[in-house]
Design a protein. Sequence first.
Length: 287
Amino acid sequence: MKKLIVIILTFTIILTGCSTNNNVTETTQPENRQDLQNDIGDSSNTNSNIPDNINTAGSLFEKGYYDYQGTINNDITIRMSLYPLEKDIVGSYFYESQKKEIDLKGKAGGEDILLYEYDETGKNTGVFRGSMDTVDKIEGTWTSADNKKNYPFTLSLISNLPGAEYGKRYAIAALKASDQDVENFINKVQDYVMNNKKEELSKQISYPITVKIDGKATTIQNKDDFIKHYDKIFYLDYKQVIGSASTKYMFANWQGIMFGTGSSNIWINELTATDGNQKLMITAINH
């Protein structure tokens, strides 16, 4: 009888152990997970350890575009443009070496800023978490979406377009042309300069125009005059500046849209053509 009880107890323990092992196997199976969402603070985001409870009421950003230049990991140069849209901060950035814009969306408070980046499919690819005393400088850490890479970043404000409507960065100087129209025009001008397309470039200029030739202010009256003096206007060093200048996030005011760096620049304006239509034209060439 005792032997029978022992056998029964042993058999029961074995069955219980098998049942427990089966349960462990079932609960440790991987679950299906959706792609990261575009909403800030979504629990599916792998950067959920970064707080998103920023008090946006204390944001230092006011209506308008804020354009920055800086680095990631101290040696990778980037450009970034931010805009406070309702309670969010939206914008984009690009690596100087690639020129491909990456979308940003996040939040900003009195001291902190949190910006998630997204690829063309809307998938989160990283996050900027920074701090600032003023909007002039932002410093912090960039983290990859899988939390495996962390690099310091720093951004310095290089221009601001206060009061500009979202999506109408250049409207103060180009009311009819869209932002994309302006940037397409600048890209075309840059291509003409870098490839010595003198004839094509001469058609984009509003004459007369005053330029410096051999250090002296000289008035260029027409296309033929421009082509004649082209090599002295667009000399090698000046062409290199124009060729490396960003065709995005450009400064604009009532005088026009500035393309270039420092005192070496080209100014664009929207003018009324002879047929009555508005047309983007070069109105100043400075070096």
